[in-house]
Design a protein. Sequence first.
Length: 71
Amino acid sequence: MLGHKGVRELQKQIASERRNGSVILSCLEGGYYLPASEFEIREFVSTLENRAENTLIAIESAKRALADSKE
């Protein structure tokens, strides 16, 4: 739709736009969209915070496993 040659090119453009301050949301089904309301932004932030928390937990357990394997 936007003329990108592939998904990766689109993802790079989205990342660039976000670095420049654009608020571009994404959904689990795949796809990007501009928020229609403050509620959508709040839901998006909450989802990303929860995902980030789970990612950090996974990183910490993997780091512990690496540290344990060196002993």
